[in-house]
Ligand binder design. Sequence first.
Ligand code: PRP
Length: 219
Amino acid sequence: MRYLTFALGKGRLARQTLELFEKIGITCEEMKDKDSRKLIFTNDELKLKFFLAKGPDVPTYVEYGAADIGVVGKDTILEEGRKVHEVFDLGYGKCRMCVCGYRDAKRYLSNHELIRVATKYPNIAKDYFYNTKHQTVEIIKLNGSIELAPIVGLSEVIVDIVETGSTLRENGLEVLEEVCPLSSRMIVNPVSMRMESERIRSLLERLRDCHEASQFSGL
Ligand code: PRP
């Protein structure tokens, strides 16, 4: 049996994923050693390999088949637009992609004005403004602290992730429109999906059962 390889988005996402995998009997003891500098971890008994990658790189590893399966946020999947199958909503990492700004910027949206939109997600922003709203805008790519853009006058609005809403509140900004809901998703390489269909199907069944059981107990 060949090894199935998982690419996990680094950080909280990977920790939550490994916790969930433990519940369905998929463990990787090697990965728990915090001092280890190893990049790839194996479970020889179950013939599984795991590695951690930067979120936006996860769909790339999966599209090229370097990983059979990936776990990453829906925001990254939409932004990267890779040829992968999204097979499961893991239910954690829930947040929303939103258009945000000062309250008075709402009129630019309703009047379809040519405004500047700052974002870490230029493809999502472009798709939303051009294909959903049919509004021509100028997209400005930033790499973080997006909320700064309307405050310092770089853009009228931003397209960004809102989780608790506290970053917006603390800076006098608001959600003006919702683009889409987000959460952690499992993606699969299309070839692996066919070649390893039995193992992947069984993994998905176990994840679904576990998911339903936890919802049932209100956890
Ligand atoms: C994200 C996002 C918002 C914030 C939203 O930023 O871009 O800034 O979290 O969370 P909240 O609604 O709970 O306040 P992140 O902390 O990942 O860092 P970044 O600003 O560098 O992108």
